[in-house]
Design a protein around this ligand. Sequence first.
Ligand SMILES: Cc1ncc(COP(=O)(O)O)c(C=O)c1O
Length: 354
Amino acid sequence: MVGTFDIAINKIAKSRVEEYDVNNVPFGKCFSDHMLVAEYKDGKWAPPQIIPYGDMPLSYAMSALHYGQAIFEGMKAYKNAAGVVSLFRPHENFKRLNRSALRMAMPEVPEEIFIGGLIELMRLDSAWVPTSETGSLYIRPFLIATDEAIGVRASDTYKFVIITCPAGNYYNEPIKVLVEQDYFRAVKGGVGFVKAAGNYGRSLFPTRMAQAKGYQQVIWTDSETHQYVEESGTMNLMFVIDNTVITPALSDTILSGITRDSVLTLARAWNLKVEERKISITEILEAHKNGTLQEAFGCGTAATIAQITSIGYKDADYTLPAVETRQFSTKVDAYLRQIRKGQVEDTFKWMISV
Ligand SMILES: Cc1ncc(COP(=O)(O)O)c(C=O)c1O
């Protein structure tokens, strides 16, 4: 029983986990035994079910496919040395999913389904959580509109699903980034602050163009002037300039990253000066020129910390200080790993064990 919902569990006849080395599978292609599915219709949620991972029968007229009512989350579970599985700040993902739902005119998912269902799912599939030092189980909750209907309007029916897949180290190689000057990710009054599927579809072409020029990611800038940095790929951006940690202030064009919040919380706890404000590319290049730009990195669930080694702007590349000299981000990276693996005290109560 999950709160007021009975959760029906239909267990797989034989686990597939033995077929894989979960510490070494390619990311995003191998899915754990079970998934959680909950359906919304007639204005209410039906009790969630946990069933074997499999395909979804869908109509070619399904409204998510045509009108983009599709939102998702990305989060991780970790296993400590004693084999205990814990989730990192799952209530933040739960709240963010519901902020996305509101903006996309979709129904909010009850906590008993998201958190209660996720905990049940993790208990069932704990064998899929990697034990390696940097391994984790990536969790993908998503909500999609399922009306079989053509016509632009909010759907009456929805499916909330959670699938999971083992993850090793996911692009936390140092990256070269290009400051985007033609395209933008988000616009004032738009949906950049939520995890709407369309935000990601629209980013692929500019990213492909940057990759063709030898960069791994773009730095998204504001849509009006292309002067102020916003995010990089699917990460929030952080800079350390003259011993101050600076990150773009949250707005409706920036996703409120849970890693971002964790990094800022640690910076403040360690008595560093923190500024959440607009930051222009001119300011960054000026700091690079006068030697005060100490660190630049992206942060997000996938990579935790992705060090930026060089920034491309217009026709020049600016090389940043060596990663080994970056005290703040390397300390944050190590500390977050230790918290997640239960190797240091969880002072902030970020881990929820299942
Ligand atoms: C656009 C965007 N920005 C930032 C982030 C980082 O957010 P979080 O730290 O919650 O993973 C993500 C990933 O979810 C993202 O997709």
